[in-house]
Design a protein around this ligand. Sequence first.
Ligand code: TXA
Ligand code: ATP
Ligand code: FE2
Length: 532
Amino acid sequence: MRVLGIEGTAWAASAALFDPETDEITIESDAYQPESGGIHPREAAEHMRTAIPAVVETVLDEAGAEGVDAVAFSRGPGLGPCLRIAGTAARALALSLDVPLVGVNHMLAHAEIGRHRSNFDAPICLNTSGANAHVLGFLDDRYRILGETMDTGIGNALDKFTRHLDWSHPGGPKVERAAREGSYTGLPYVVTGMDFSFSGIMSAAKEAVDDGVPVEDVCFSLQETTFAMLTEVAERALALTGETELVLGGGVGQNARLQAMLGEMCAARGAEFFAPEARFLQDNAGMIAVLGARMAEAGETIPVESSRIDSGFRPDQVAVTWRDPDPRRRTRDPEADRQGAEAVVEFDGDRVVKRRLPKSYRHPALDERLRRERVVEEARLTSAARRLGVPTPVVHDVDTHETQLVLERVGDADLRDRLEADAGTSTDRVRAVADHLARLHGSGIVHGDPTTRNVRVSDGSNRTYLIDFGLGYYTDAVEDHAMDCHVLEQSLSGTATEPDRLREAFEARYAERGEHEVLDRLREIEGRGRYQ
Ligand SMILES: C[C@@H](O)[C@H](NC(=O)OP(=O)(O)OC[C@H]1O[C@@H](n2cnc3c(N)ncnc32)[C@H](O)[C@@H]1O)C(=O)O
Ligand SMILES: Nc1ncnc2c1ncn2[C@@H]1O[C@H](COP(=O)(O)OP(=O)(O)OP(=O)(O)O)[C@@H](O)[C@H]1O
Ligand SMILES: [Fe+2]
């Protein structure tokens, strides 16, 4: 099945032909370059109007229209005016060639091209593009968003920073070049579970430049900080799901420093890492044609009448019928797997020794700071939570120099590995987590990382413990309390076959025990448009 792909979500007018028999992918692209500032949606759409027919024609000239069995196009997410033009071109072409039409989710295409090129079975995918940044895992029939940006995509964040410097668009490659001459200066580091945000860091970076810190140093630190955050959440996703493969997607993925950090993180934990070639990382129609072919083979074509574009199209909205469920996810031995994202954990009788070893992918100054802060916070908040009546391990010893804790060993398993227990029991356990979080929030404590791997459960009783307070802190901010709930729910989605029932149970109990405004804010967080 030879598929012609069309891409036009924002800046790249691109057409491609994919032939699954030979695995040959011909791509023809024409980039929109703003005269000044960032991408102007109307101007970009004007570019699409002339450039898309031209790139399509070039590809058809090369490949011959007779051999095209389907037309695939980026249905979203993206800029509405651009998507509409690309969509119209795709529909017209499908009708004139008399072949089926396939509507592709652009972010799934970024993810799947890595799987396709690597031949990995079930990788975690880190998408780092202009308007998006998220970690995806595949479970049952769907990609799950395990974590994502709470404000802008990573590329847009870098581009906005360089606009402040009056550098031309796109800024990402220029930051990379300037960073080669830079040295480290501190910037905020913002990670909650597997979610993260860039706006505070970017404001601090602009301020630093205005205050006279050399631009090269700020560029260097921007990369060190934001890429370490992305690497950390990718590692947390590997630890949470137990997967051992990672693929990278999106335009920022062309950055050599980001690739090096991810490669180093994976090597250190015995996982495999793959980054596709640059032409498949930046927006391109090749990835649309490849996923389009998979979808068409599985019968996922759409009638022209119902092929509307969707500028807010999220990757977890797509029912995935073109690949098998992860064959390994359910057969691992969870208790053999003691490798967290941050720490190495060893059992010593009824005690647990938790060491945060240096992470070689992180800049040493940042690494030192994070490990020290987290050990101190973990010891302090684990004990504070206990005093509030929330079951947590007793802290036996804290060594900030060695960044090591000795904790009481609690529970028999991580909640992650008991979610498929009988419905009543797993619901009760999730309710207990709601009790614990509501109680912590009531006293101004945020856990910071309440995933299903940071809840320990006992098999013989209803005891449910919270562990791993290293990302916790004190605040009464509703937003931060809601983020805790969001992290828990996202991890349920990433690890449970039937997350909806569990999420409902969590919220019903939190509504009884916690503040209503927190759940209202939770709705708002979930509804935040990520395309900006
Ligand atoms: C929805 C769609 O339109 C959008 N596409 C997109 O953002 O284009 P993409 O090609 O994936 O990424 C472009 C971004 O990638 C950044 N970029 C390109 N090369 C870079 C480099 N070497 N280092 C850092 N950033 C880089 C650019 O600055 C720009 O922000 C998306 O995928 O979010
Ligand atoms: N006190 C404890 N009692 C029993 N098991 C524990 C305890 N602390 C940690 N573990 C086990 O070790 C695993 C990793 O521990 P922990 O979550 O604290 O490390 P981490 O590296 O910070 O992980 P992450 O950042 O991925 O959440 C836990 O999922 C749990 O199975
Ligand atoms: Fe993209």
